[in-house]
Design a protein around this ligand. Structure first.
Ligand SMILES: Cc1cc2nc3c(=O)[nH]c(=O)nc-3n(C[C@H](O)[C@H](O)[C@H](O)COP(=O)(O)OP(=O)(O)OC[C@H]3O[C@@H](n4cnc5c(N)ncnc54)[C@H](O)[C@@H]3O)c2cc1C
Length: 421
């Protein structure tokens, strides 16, 4: 099947919660509500008590106790979809769990389902050698270390990854890397031990999409300097961080190159699809939580002699938020279902659709929730301001909206012309 709109009659598009995932969903939702959300704010407030870029003892205690509980209960590594390891969930099934995880700051990490680790683990699982797997994949799967993905560079428009310039030159048994990367999410975390780095491997003999490679770089390799954490509307997201890094004569064993020179785009194709949709699933969870907060606030607080809910256009605002969440969720499930059909090319425009729709929807819902809370809504007293900041970054991270719209439009036009658009 090449596209959802070309389904044959009789094909079942099962988007509902399966019997297999239902009990997992119940446990994940319960743990988020009862054990993770109550610790979220304390965990975040702790950042101010330490040096920001290491975890305080209390943060370590919170993280390790939550992760240990999740592991003990078998609620771990759900993201390994359509795989024989792990639960073997489909992407549709995973969507229900990821949505719950989106509701708490520590949601994804508790269950070892965080970005960018899940995408990086997929790369290592698919393209790593036995040695890479032993050294990096095994501790990532156990949640003992973290990782970062370094593609974006300050000097080039990185939404077009063919622009990437970091040099990677072979010298005997090593490659030597020079250049700068920024917005390396998670590279601030002291537990981040491995980077997957997109580099230039120019060769006139090869095509435009065969000019880049991906290589594993241990975070403590000499020659790497952390220049600064990039700020998101003034926040540094410590200790996770989105780091600006400089590579000066960084020497890496040649065996760290994944798949082969010039095959970086091949790897990206596999890596970014799941990562993108996982962000969308969690954004829907954030919107759902914001709507819940908005409704509760609008019932509890009164102005002009009435609960806020009954004033002005607030019924319409609440109704519109509910309708938009439902529309986005259905699109997300459909994109997930397309991924489960196993044809990456056919699924790509569906992933692009939800990558545009989910953050825009979530931003709108969270903004309305902020408004219903009055001034307190933008303050540190609620998670709403932080949620808005995070979701806003999703309109850029993993490809800006415009790039995804382009994918959607090209797929649409392709139905009517052979010409490359
Ligand atoms: C919080 C955060 C975390 C991030 N984490 C990571 C990470 O872990 N690793 C990593 O490598 N990168 C990361 N990024 C970077 C992100 O992926 C890039 O910012 C993104 O790909 C865009 O690249 P750019 O910033 O160079 O923008 P540019 O390429 O300069 O694009 C700027 C703008 O140009 C316009 N534009 C571009 N292409 C088109 C088009 N085809 N049609 C119309 N308009 C267009 C769009 O408006 C776009 O926003 C992160 C970014 C943020 C904000």
């Amino acid at each position: 099947m090449s596209s959802g709109s070309e389904m044959k009659s009789g094909d079942a598009m099962a988007l509902g919660m399966s019997e297999k995932v239902r009990p997992l969903h119940e446990q994940v939702a319960k743990m988020i509500e009862e054990e993770i959300l109550p610790l979220d704010e304390e965990f975040l407030a702790e950042v101010e008590k330490g040096d920001r870029w290491t975890y305080t003892a209390r943060q370590e205690e919170i993280l390790s106790s939550l992760k240990a509980k999740a592991k003990e209960r078998g609620l771990w590594n759900f993201w390994l979809t359509n795989s024989e390891s792990g639960y073997g969930l489909t992407t549709v099934e995973y969507a229900y769990l990821a949505e719950e995880m989106g509701k708490a700051h520590l949601g994804a990490e508790t269950f070892n389902c965080s970005a960018p680790d899940t995408g990086n683990m997929e790369v290592l699982e698919r393209y790593g050698t036995e040695e890479h797997k032993k050294k990096w994949l095994a501790p990532l799967l156990e949640g003992e270390i973290r990782s970062a993905y370094l593609m974006t560079e300050p000097d080039v428009a990185s939404s077009d990854a063919t622009n990437i310039e970091m040099s990677c030159v072979r010298d005997g048994d090593e490659y030597v890397l020079n250049g700068e990367k920024w917005w390396a999410s998670g590279a601030g975390d002291p537990r981040c031990k491995i980077y997957i780095v997109m580099v230039a491997s120019p060769d006139e003999e090869r095509t435009k999409h065969q000019q880049h490679s991906q290589i594993l770089v241990a975070a403590d390799t000499p020659g790497i300097t952390k220049l600064r954490p990039m700020e998101v509307y003034g926040l540094d997201d410590a200790p996770h961080g989105h780091m600006h890094l400089k590579f000066k004569d960084v020497r890496v064993p040649a065996s760290n190159l994944l798949l082969g020179e010039g095959r970086g785009f091949e790897i990206s194709q596999g890596r970014l699809g799941p990562g993108r949709i996982h962000h969308c699933m969690r954004a829907i969870g954030q919107a759902e939580r914001a709507l819940e907060q908005m409704c509760k606030r609008s019932i509890q607080r009164e102005a002009f002699g009435k609960p806020l809910a009954q004033l002005g256009a607030n019924f319409d605002i609440i109704a519109n938020c509910r309708m938009e969440i439902e529309q986005a969720r259905l699109l997300c499930l459909k994109a997930a279902w397309m991924m489960d059909q196993g044809d990456k090319r056919a699924a790509a425009p569906w992933i692009s659709q939800i990558k545009v729709v989910a953050p825009l929807m979530a931003l709108k819902v969270i903004d309305e929730a902020v408004q219903m809370h009055g001034a307190q809504g933008i303050s540190q007293d609620f998670s709403l301001a932080r949620a808005w900041q995070h979701v806003r970054t999703l309109r850029l991270a993993d490809g800006p909206d415009a790039v995804h719209r382009r994918q959607v439009a090209r797929a649409e036009l392709k139905k009517y012309t052979q010409q490359k658009m």
